[in-house]
Design a protein around this ligand. Sequence first.
Ligand SMILES: NC(=O)c1ccc[n+]([C@@H]2O[C@H](COP(=O)([O-])OP(=O)(O)OC[C@H]3O[C@@H](n4cnc5c(N)ncnc54)[C@H](OP(=O)(O)O)[C@@H]3O)[C@@H](O)[C@H]2O)c1
Length: 238
Amino acid sequence: MKVCIVGASGKLGRYMVRHALERGYEVVGVCRAKSVAKLDEYRDRITIVRGMTDDREVIRSAVAGCDAVLTVLVPWGVHNYSSGTASAVLDFSRPDARLVFSCGWHITRDGQDVYPRGFGLQVRAMTLIARALRFADVDDQVEACRRIFASNRRWTVVRGSDLEEGESQGLPVWREHVGDPLLASNRTRRIDFALFLVEAMTNDELIGQAPAIVGRLTPSAVAAGAQETGAQATGAAR
Ligand SMILES: NC(=O)c1ccc[n+]([C@@H]2O[C@H](COP(=O)([O-])OP(=O)(O)OC[C@H]3O[C@@H](n4cnc5c(N)ncnc54)[C@H](OP(=O)(O)O)[C@@H]3O)[C@@H](O)[C@H]2O)c1
């Protein structure tokens, strides 16, 4: 399987490169020219395409011939970076390619998520401050996801909880909506977020889904008994 990882040099991206190589996949990584050195340990095993991820020509050449595209959706700056990246991936990837995107719990597909108290205000405040500083535009990540949800492609949008570093705990568990008690711990190891994204490429049950994930050994997941069966880590965990 040939996989393109858009945003390969970031923390999440490098974990995804590692998981993909461990599975024997051929990897093409897109990253900014200034970040190529961050992929040095994989230099001889992957193809690196340099450029901004919202550069349509960069994405066009990177996704050519790929069976799947893993995209780290990030809302940097105030010039539609996230939606530009998503549109390029949707427009240029093979029609049958599996498309998997990362984002956070703040994205909602159907408005049925029930957020922890204060969560909405916190996101709104961060959105306004980041935009005022011209640092990031969270609303553009929302727009990116709206385009993905509206597309007829074979997509999955994986919604990460708060992240932490640490050893892998295995594949995170998920629910369709934030607010489910299983997700209450709101914590996932970054390495496992990457694992879920990579595994999603070969899990057709996740096509057209926006799973909200949480670490399988977090207290809320353990309380729900979700860590005990592999099935609940994938399709059955709704
Ligand atoms: N951080 C969290 O707590 C959290 C929580 C839930 C979900 N998420 C989701 O996880 C994903 C990101 O994960 P992460 O926090 O671990 O970050 P990350 O993997 O470090 O990814 C950041 C990406 O953004 C790129 N980037 C950084 N600054 C940039 C700039 N000014 N212009 C263009 N690109 C730039 C990085 O590329 P370079 O290598 O070139 O710098 C890298 O590819 C996002 O989809 C986010 O919504 C994060």
